[in-house]
Design a protein around this ligand. Structure first.
Ligand SMILES: [Zn+2]
Length: 440
């Protein structure tokens, strides 16, 4: 815990005594506020852990005191009790002054927004249904823009020209893409090379905690394609789902997103700066359905561009990853030209989720919509709908999160033509408790 430094002007006699007393009072008020915040933070952790008893996906990571976890299990609070607990902590928080330094203000806002999202999640678990946009506002502190079908059709028309022929566009695109599959027996070699490169690039700009490390596991039968399980002490377990074919672009995407400078680095820097550095216990727990997820996913996705700006990525893929995967390196630029076009369809996934979760279309129609507008082959589209079922409006955190993070970093001077500044702003964001509404 940091204590405030008070400087006294050189004064004599009674006035000096008055200054001294005023200083002690101010320091006392600050210390009391810090004490209140510590209590509130502990209560917040207890409530998040209690939520984990009702919602198996809620607690994404916890590496705080073991006794708090045991307490939460023993107490086994009902959803009503959790809801009441959240209200009480919100009231306590409202009574604590936010302080004058930015990090203190961000901490206060962080707890405010995270608590508000928890109360919305409690209502959802009790059966309340919100519209897609109301839900994302309540849980992730953001509403993603809506695009008409024509917006995607314009991109699809360009892809039609790129892949002329009969049958559906997604089939033609899928057939072309097969030449860029990573063979199963080369998967780990390619991933390890991608991870090493992402780590090296991150280390050149970001000071990482000593001994940070993660392990990679290959799993099946999941609704996601990759997952970072942060374990504390600067360790992560990264799981890669091999249910579906894995194309060459996933190597850098996953290595950056889950690892460097994405989730692994974000969690490690929060632990280093906020948990170990300041003793802020609320950061030892990560509730998945909360505004923090937009920052996590947004930075993880934007981090890919920070570590591998366009041309650098193609050069690296051509010289290193394509040969390791046994692919035709001469086609690397061709592959990423098409990927850049397909990437412009990313918000089509949000549209499918919005319509499906709002009850306008059923699962089969959502799958068909993803095949047509997001150019996902049938199996991938079906996996994506399973993701909607499990994680709902969480989908906006990836693409809208990335766009918000990019805008924020660029507004602070971290534009693509100033890579050092870009890394610096990126690291600052990763080390701070900033939430989506704080990005605007
Ligand atoms: Zn992620």
């Amino acid at each position: 815990m940091r204590t405030p430094l008070t400087r006294f002007p050189r004064l004599e006699g009674k006035r000096a005594a008055a200054w001294l007393i005023a200083g002690w009072v101010a320091a006392g008020v600050l210390l009391a506020a810090q004490d209140d915040m510590a209590k509130i933070a502990r209560e917040y952790v207890r409530l998040v852990l209690a939520m984990g008893q009702h919602d198996k996906d809620y607690v994404d990571a916890y590496y705080g005191p073991e006794d708090l976890k045991k307490e939460a299990e023993r107490a086994n609070l009902t959803l009503d009790a959790i809801g009441a607990g959240v209200k009480s902590v919100q009231a306590q928080l409202a009574g604590v002054a936010t302080g004058s330094d930015e990090i203190g203000r961000l901490r206060h806002q962080y707890l405010e927004k995270q608590l508000s999202a928890m109360s919305a999640r409690v209502r959802m678990l009790k059966g309340e249904r919100l519209s897609f946009d109301d839900e994302s506002k309540a849980l992730y502190d953001a509403v993603a823009p809506t695009y008409p079908d024509a917006h995607f059709q314009e991109v699809l028309d360009r892809l039609e020209k790129r892949f002329p022929g009969s049958g559906s566009l997604v089939d033609r695109y899928d057939a072309w893409r097969r030449a860029f599959l990573i063979p199963r027996d080369k998967l780990d070699t390619v991933f390890q090379a991608a991870i090493a490169a992402c780590r090296e690039r991150t280390l050149a700009h970001v000071k990482l905690p000593p001994d940070e490390h993660f392990t990679v596991e290959y799993v099946t039968n999941k609704s996601w394609s990759g997952y970072n399980w942060y374990q504390g002490n600067f360790r992560s377990l990264i799981q890669v789902n091999t249910d579906l074919p894995i194309y060459i672009d996933r190597a850098i995407d996953l290595a950056c997103h889950e690892g460097y400078p994405g989730h692994h680095v974000y969690n490690a820097l929060l632990e280093q700066h906020l948990v170990k550095g300041r003793g802020w216990i609320e950061f030892t727990v990560y509730p998945l359905f909360s505004p923090q997820s937009l920052i996590a996913e947004g930075t993880a996705n934007f981090g890919i561009e920070v570590a591998f700006p366009g041309p650098e990525r193609v050069a690296f893929e051509r010289s290193k990853l394509f040969p390791l995967a046994g692919l035709d390196a001469a086609r690397a630029a061709e592959y990423y030209d098409v990927m850049a076009l397909v990437d412009q369809l990313s918000y089509a996934g949000n549209e499918a989720a919005r319509r499906y979760l709002n009850g306008q279309i059923d699962a089969a129609a959502a799958t068909a919509w993803l095949e047509r507008y997001a150019l996902m082959p049938h199996d991938r589209a079906a996996q994506r709908v399973r993701f909607f079922d499990q994680y709902r409006s969480y989908v906006i955190n990836y693409n809208f999160g990335k766009d918000l993070v990019r805008k924020f970093i660029e507004s602070r001077g971290g534009t693509a033509d100033r890579p050092d500044r870009r890394w610096q702003e990126f690291e600052t964001l990763l080390s701070s408790p900033r939430l989506p509404s704080g990005l605007r």
